[in-house]
Design a protein around this ligand. Structure first.
Ligand code: ACO
Length: 388
């Protein structure tokens, strides 16, 4: 694998009043090129990750990146989509262009503007990433889908509400120190555990603090081949990048195993020639706290049914044995669908070059990323390593 990350940019995530999708895209595209020290004329290919599915009237968005600079005119530009893993799908498209020697420099952008959509429509738009014959009328949108998963998990392994609250509290605490995060509030374990007026049940056993946020935001990366990257200011290499797509209907699989996630991690660790013990931290897809818990098991950090034990142990806290979501995750940082996967790569690269500020994991050397579309349908794992 020859692709490296050589520059990046990240907008603040949140309800960004007065912002437009175009502005968000243009700003991060411009800032990422500046950060890399690359002129727009040097870009060989542009990939935009954008989910949309009804959030924005503006579709056909790949060309919005060209608004960043006239010198991007006539470059190939394509939009990709793979539900909540759309950002990682864009990153992978860029890697593949470089690996195929079809491009030397690729500009990857991920963006979404969700908060301008009225409340009930948000859930409906998100549900378009589920299997409609089964889940089309699920109340509470995607929270309803993961509420059912949580219920089934509790039936098989017992009530894990305390562990879910622990995960929520951990990620909210981490988010406090992330300047890009939408919610920078340390709610504490007790608040996340107790149902209250401010923390009501949303779907099944999931409370509000078990859900990721509805967000606007964008992030961008500049990718380069290794030879080019080694001449630049920073170079973070992909030791591995894997994509595993599973069946969409949950009825065709054991939904409590996240087998696509497991496959993607197994392949990535093998191809990188490392084990989980070698990782300094992981950014994982906590769209709902139950997802992070099942991901502990799928990636091999805990045995099936024992994710809760790991969550309660504190080993995944920022000062634990393997910090998980030091950025605050989707839970606190926010989850603007098309931007999320790109954001995970940006924040991991920042950690590896020691530029992560308040969320810095000391002496971070190797970072793992898991980004997921649907209920473990689109599964992307990257393992990143600083080489310069
Ligand atoms: C594979 C995948 O990635 S699927 C994931 C796709 N994404 C989603 O499904 C998004 C899930 N999240 C949601 O739908 C929403 O955040 C909900 C339903 C949990 C909450 O939304 P609402 O009930 O409409 O909350 P609303 O926006 O009115 O805010 C009410 C309060 O709760 C807070 N709040 C809203 N969402 C959250 C959240 N997820 N976590 C913590 N607090 C929240 C707000 O800041 C506000 O606080 P305040 O009263 O102090 O100002």
């Amino acid at each position: 694998m020859t692709a490296c990350i050589v520059g990046w940019a990240h907008s603040r995530f949140g309800k960004l009043e007065g912002e437009t999708l175009e502005n968000l895209i243009v700003k991060v595209a411009t800032d990422a090129l500046d950060h890399a020290g690359i002129g727009p004329d040097e870009v060989d290919e542009i990939v935009l990750g954008h989910f949309n599915a009804g959030f924005s009237a503006q579709d056909f968005t790949a060309s919005l990146v060209l608004q960043a600079d006239d010198r991007l005119r006539f470059k190939p530009a394509t939009r990709v989509e793979n539900a909540c893993a759309t950002g990682s799908a864009a990153v992978r498209q860029g890697i593949r262009a470089i690996d195929a020697n079809a491009a030397r420099i690729v500009l990857v952008v991920g963006a979404e503007q969700m908060t301008t959509t009225p409340g009930p429509e948000i859930g409906k738009n998100l549900l378009k990433a589920s299997y409609l014959p089964e889940d089309g009328d699920t109340p509470a949108g995607f929270a309803g889908v993961f509420g059912k998963i949580a219920q089934a998990y509790f039936q098989r392994y017992g009530d894990q509400s305390d562990a879910l609250a622990m995960i929520a509290a951990k990620n909210h605490k981490n988010g406090v120190d992330n300047p890009y995060a939408q919610m920078r509030k340390d709610f504490g374990y007790e608040f996340c555990r107790q149902e209250s007026e401010k923390n009501p049940f949303v779907a099944g056993p999931l409370k509000r603090t078990d859900c990721s946020l509805v967000s606007d935001g964008a992030a961008a990366l500049v990718l380069a081949d290794t030879a080019t990257a080694l001449k630049m200011r920073r170079a973070v290499a992909f030791r591995a990048n894997e994509h595993v797509q599973d069946f969409l209907p949950m009825s065709k699989r054991d939904i409590l195993s996240f087998e696509g996630c497991e496959q993607a991690w197994t392949r990535a660790l093998k191809n990188a020639g490392v084990s989980l013990d070698d990782l300094s931290f992981v950014e994982t897809h906590d769209c709902f706290t139950i997802a992070e818990l099942i991901e502990y098991e799928a990636m091999g950090l805990a045995k099936p049914g024992e994710g809760a034990k790991l969550a309660m142990s504190g080993e995944t806290a920022r000062d634990g044995r393997l910090p998980v979501n030091p950025s605050g995750g989707l839970k606190a940082k926010g989850h603007p669908i098309g931007a999320t996967g790109v954001s995970m790569h940006v924040l991991t690269a920042m950690q590896l070059v020691g530029e992560a500020g308040g969320i810095q994991v000391p002496e971070a050397k190797l970072g793992g990323i898991f980004n997921m579309g649907g209920a473990a349908v689109a599964n992307y794992v990257s393992i990143l390593d600083r080489i310069r």
